[in-house]
Design a protein around this ligand. Sequence first.
Ligand code: OSB
Ligand code: MG
Length: 373
Amino acid sequence: MQIKKIDLFQEKIPLMHPFVISKNIFNHVYPIIVRIETMDGIIGWGESPNLETPWYVPETFETTWLMVQKFFIPSIINSTINSPADFVRETSWIQGNNLGRAGLDAAIWDIFAKMEKKSLSSYLGGIRRKVDAGCSEGLQKDPNILLDRIRKRVNQRYKRIKIKIAPSQDIDVVRQIRSAFPHLKLMLDANSAYSLDDREIFDQLDQFQLMMIEQPLGNGDILDHAYLQEIIRTPICLDESIHTLEDARLAIRLNACKIINVKPPRVGGPSTVVEIHNYCKNHQIPLWVGGMIETGIGRALNLAIASLPNFTLPGDISPPTDILEEDIIEQKFVVNEDGTIDVPSGPGLGVQVKRDILDKYCNRRETYWSNND
Ligand code: OSB
Ligand code: MG
């Protein structure tokens, strides 16, 4: 396959409600949408769901744009790419910058699945046509608002609910949720807001039959999570600490977690997701797909990923139309009566991009032409 041109679109899309977590308040998302057109006229789409500031990953939407246009695109635009592995090889000299890498990697996978006339799910080796839906609820000052939102999610049939916690918004909130919903499949996400000095809080949280606690300790930390997992019953799930297969190997070797949240953008796209998936499957570490408040392009990828065999736990895959003021794809994902979401079955990612909506929220656009044309 030879590339004809690559378009980048910098989007800024408002959320319907602010999403508050221990380290950040989201009012907008800033995805860079990637469109790759091949010389044969196949079009692949990908999303790099950047954040505004570097609190979660080192990149921001501005640094991702710079790295993609200056290093990633020149590394591939004039090469012959005969598989996603060729993309990985041509770009492996670039350190880090997984969000930028991920948008391009997704578009490449979309193209190759379309060339094979397969959905991305089946091209990747997915085994499910529907995947279990979980959702992520932000912090609320008023616990009653949170309880109302959880009630709504339960009625929508979500299979598990994750709530964000932060110091002084933890034990009491969880206790209230537990007494209102004794059997709810509940998990917590701390986004690195605690340290080993808080072990009394973790001791207390052990009584609430939580499915897991996500990233309680430092962003990037593995060792302290291993110490913590030794002394608490609740399974630890790592998010911010896992950027590569090597991170996952280290975390598993040190027993720093029992579960991993895999976000395609954080690990550089589907290529690395597959490696981490296969490794964790062999080591009996269950996975679920995390979200970065993607548009339908990124969410379609996450649904395909969630169909892989070892993604056995519900993911943060609530439909973009529940979170964003507007989505940029034609397809509307819905949570079925049984708490699942259908995996897209059309060729590739299986999405149609609404070009008028893409343009409406676009703040910057650039086209890069190959010498092949
Ligand atoms: O910690 O999982 C997280 C969003 C941005 C950055 C980090 C996280 C999140 C979410 C969003 O929790 C979940 C979603 O996309 O629905
Ligand atoms: Mg998280």
